[in-house]
Design a protein around this ligand. Structure first.
Ligand code: G6P
Length: 611
């Protein structure tokens, strides 16, 4: 999704802006641009390119920009094709330059009004109206900050904005409503970004803007005003993740690096949250105890991979806690009439904490009679965290690969902690909690063992590279694991992949089975194994090729049409975590063989902050 960087300093800021854009590349984009106030002439100098940031970098190498104040953007098209003329920054009358994340819903009306007044537009974007609205105010004699304030008062929709005025070379304006924005604090220099990651090369000190905030950013400081116009005193917060988080290190792709980080990520989620034989409920926040005491049902809402984590949690919650748990994708939930069960906990799951549909569902839920809202989230200070009553951070560190891996497993661990805390209140045997706490402590080592399967999985992947379709099967909590495996494969290798609960095979998908469609099965040694084996027979009998990930003790043997990959044994409840890693590795290796853009798959974005 779109990314914003802005800077005001005593040095040329072009390099800072460009580096910021590179660090935002992982979010997904189709064009990029930079505008600075040229140091020599004082004019706005703007360079934009469609395609990768590298295109912009080449253009700047050929014709460098030099300015001490500037704004920059990576765009993911919403209004207007991904062409250079639609790339940000957008400039009105050579005076006002704007970069924008989000969507302005009433831009057509605003544009028509401005055109009637004689404003000329150069793009198809909604953003360009903002530049013209500000310029229109200036023409009426309004000062720059007040012009921005008057402009945003006219905007309906979502925005994060950075705005520059040619006649105000010492001032950048920033505004936030419905799309994240932070201010970076340096010594004698200040920055703006849609994600702190973009600025880690220059600062680790950030001010997180609230909805409705408007900020004046100068060399010496920042002044933030809330939507009522009152001066806001947000704390300066130190960014917690390591500086090298946006670095691939020895790995060929971020995705592979992130797959390999999972043992350490599990340790990070568990850190400070486990006693010798129990989960500390204080980890969920000061009010957690009072809330958890009352919970009698759970409603989980999420999107994409996070939704799959929710589906797995449903099995855990209904089995260990014994209360009803419903799971739904946010984009559906937010638009239908819903009924909250009495004393129901509303849970959102999100890597980014900014997914527009999930955030909208949370806002709906807050008006719908839920007991409280908990978010399981990876980004401190994100909108979901700030707007929920309780938050459990997943501590996975920044995830750069668009296909989610370590964020997913960290969510699962956090959800298991949540299950145990709730279970305690509903008669869960303390011995079971204690046993699972022990298993969780052993999970990093188990993950390391599973990652040792990398080479055999790589060898297996060669049989997928020429396939167009695939089927993933699982039963019970392994069905959502199969769904996540299928999502990973389709996201990054572009092979059509479907997941089915294996018992449903006979009700349709069996008709598709032939030698050209690999059938991947996740088969831990659990109570459903015999049923699953019968389902696998249905595939074999029709000449289908089975690729089975199974416990060593599952009693399965490789044979013609059945390839077996043994997975280390674990506690049944931890199987969804353990079996996820081989499927991540399989997708990764298939994508590498197919030569796709593993970290930035086509048409997808890391963080979807528009509807
Ligand atoms: C996008 C990403 C997915 C992610 C989904 C939900 O589609 O590409 O990887 O699962 O958004 O994102 P969230 O940040 O809410 O977990």
């Amino acid at each position: 999704m779109c990314g914003i960087v802005g800077a005001i300093a005593q040095r040329n800021v072009t390099g800072i802006l460009l580096e910021g854009l590179k660090r935002l590349e992982y979010r997904g984009y189709d064009s990029a641009g930079i505008a600075v106030l040229d140091r020599a002439s004082g004019a706005i100098a703007c360079t934009r390119r469609s395609g990768k940031v590298a295109e912009l970098e080449n253009a700047l190498a050929a014709e460098p920009l030099d300015g001490t104040i500037g704004i920059a953007h990576t765009r993911w098209a919403t209004h207007g094709k991904p062409e250079e003329r639609n790339a940000h920054p957008h400039v009105a009358s050579s005076r006002i330059a704007v970069v924008h994340n989000g969507i302005i819903e009433n831009f057509e009306q605003l544009k028509a009004d401005l055109q009637a007044k004689g404003h000329q537009f150069a793009s198809d974007t909604d953003t360009e109206v903002i530049a013209h609205l500000v310029y229109d105010q200036l023409q009426q004699g309004v000062a720059f900050p007040a012009a921005v304030k008057a402009t945003i008062a006219q905007l309906h929709g979502a925005y994060a904005l950075a705005i520059m005025d040619r006649e105000q070379p010492g001032l950048l304006m920033a505004a936030r409503m419905g799309s994240p924005l932070v201010l970076g604090v340096g010594i004698g220099e200040h920055f703006i970004a849609s994600d702190p990651l973009a600025l880690l090369q220059v600062t680790d000190q950030f001010i997180y803007l609230d909805e409705g905030d408007l900020a004046e950013v100068t060399l010496d400081g920042v002044v933030v005003r809330d939507r009522a116009g009152e001066t806001a005193s947000h704390p300066v917060q130190r960014f917690e993740h390591g500086q090298d988080a946006a670095d691939k290190g020895e790995y060929r792709h971020y995705m592979l690096k992130e797959i390999y980080e999972q043992p350490a990520v599990v340790e990070a989620v568990l850190e400070g949250r486990l006693g010798s034989d129990k989960v500390y409920e204080e980890a969920f926040g000061a009010e957690a105890r009072a809330v958890f005491d009352r919970v009698k049902a759970v409603q989980i809402i999420a999107c994409g991979t996070s939704y799959h984590a929710g589906l797995i949690a449903k099995y855990w919650i209904e089995e260990l806690v014994g209360i009803p748990c419903q799971v739904e994708v946010a984009s559906e939930y937010r638009y239908r009439k819903t009924v909250a069960l009495p004393d129901s906990l509303f849970v959102t799951i999100s890597q980014s904490g900014e997914t527009a549909d999930t955030l909208a569902a949370l806002r709906e839920a807050k008006e719908s009679g839920f007991l409280a809202c908990l978010t399981i989230c990876n980004v401190p200070g994100s909108s979901l965290v700030r707007e929920s009553d309780l938050a459990l951070m997943t501590n996975a560190g920044p995830e750069i690969g668009v296909a989610s891996t370590k964020a997913f497993t960290s969510q699962l661990v956090a959800l298991l902690l949540t299950t145990l805390v709730l279970g305690r209140r509903h008669g869960l045997d303390p011995a079971v909690e204690s046993e699972l706490v022990g298993c969780l402590r052993g999970l990093p080592a188990l993950f390391t063992q599973v990652l040792a399967l990398d080479e055999p999985i790589k060898a297996l992947s060669e049989q997928f590279a020429d396939k167009n379709h695939s089927l993933f099967l699982g039963r019970g909590a392994m069905y959502p694991v199969a769904m996540e495996g299928a999502l990973k494969l389709k996201e990054i290798s572009y092979i059509h992949a479907e997941a089915y609960p294996a018992g449903e095979l006979k009700h349709g998908p069996l008709a598709l089975v032939d030698k050209e469609m690999p059938v991947i099965v996740v088969a831990p040694n659990n109570s459903l194994l015999e049923k699953l084996k019968a389902n696998m027979q249905e595939v074999s009998a029709r000449g289908g090729e089975l690729f089975v990930f199974a416990d060593k003790d599952a009693g399965m043997v490789a044979e013609e049409g059945l390839q077996l990959l043994p997975v280390p044994e674990s506690h049944t409840l931890l199987d969804p975590l353990v079996y996820t890693l081989p499927l991540q590795l399989l997708s990764y290796h298939v994508a590498v063989l197919k030569g796709t853009d593993v970290d930035q798959p086509r048409n997808l974005a890391k963080s979807v902050t528009v509807e």
